[in-house]
Each structure stands twice: as structure tokens, then as C-alpha cells.
Ligand binder design. Sequence first.
Ligand SMILES: [Fe+2]
Length: 146
Amino acid sequence: MKLFVCSMCGYIEFNDAPDKCPVCGAPKTAFTEDANALKKPADPNNLSDLDKKHIPMFLVKKQCGLIPDGCVDVNIKVGEITHVMEAKHWILWIDLYHNYKYIGRHMFVPEKVNPAVGLHLKVNTGKITAIENCNIHGKWLGEAEL
Ligand SMILES: [Fe+2]
């Protein structure tokens, strides 16, 4: 799948550049295709600590405690070894997608919050993708089926 990166805010669109960036509103001309926009583990079958600190992890709950009618909770954290949130090294944001279509960005400040986000979905099938952006180690992707 092709990756198109917004030069203004770092948002990644799958397959084709959008007419307008859904995060910052930049025009299509601000996007460039970049096959290397996402970091990948050197060996997917033997993850390093760096991989484990950056690949988003998912917990899908079919029942929501907040919205009773068919809401699906998805909790996402960065990563299997929880990433630090320090002044010089932290997770800037997590972008979220349903079936590779953008559904939202969660932005973080260092030191006060953990690198985790909770989604309350109206859809109960399909694929959820999260791309997290570490200020030092770049963007990493994680996925889960609902
Ligand atoms: Fe990092």
C-alpha cells in the first residue's frame, strides 16, 4: 500500500494523496509519496526492545462502560514496553484509521500523560490502524481487527 505524507503535520494517507489534509488542512500539493514513512522491525519474528517500545498495542472490548448502545471500546498504548513520556523523548501523537480511512488524531504533551488513547467506535467490524509518532524514533504502525 502506498503512503503519502503531509509535509505540514506528518499525517499519513494510505493509497493516494487526499485533496486536503484531514488533520491540518494542507492542500494535496503538500503530500509526497514515501515508501519509508513508517519504521519497521528489522525482524518481525524477533522484536527488539526498540520495536517493543514503539509498535502500538491494542485492547478491543466489545462492550463500552460509557455508551451502552453498541459502542466498541478500543484502547491503544505505545508499546508492549510502555514508551517513555519525558521532556526530551515522547510520543507526539497517535493517528487512527478505520479500514485505512482517517478517524482522528490524539495529541500528547510529555510528562503529564501516558502514551495511550481510548476510542469509542460506532463501527464493530473492520480494521483499526494506529500510527504513532515518536519525536526521536519516528512513526510506527500497529493494527487490530475488531
Ligand atoms: Fe522513542
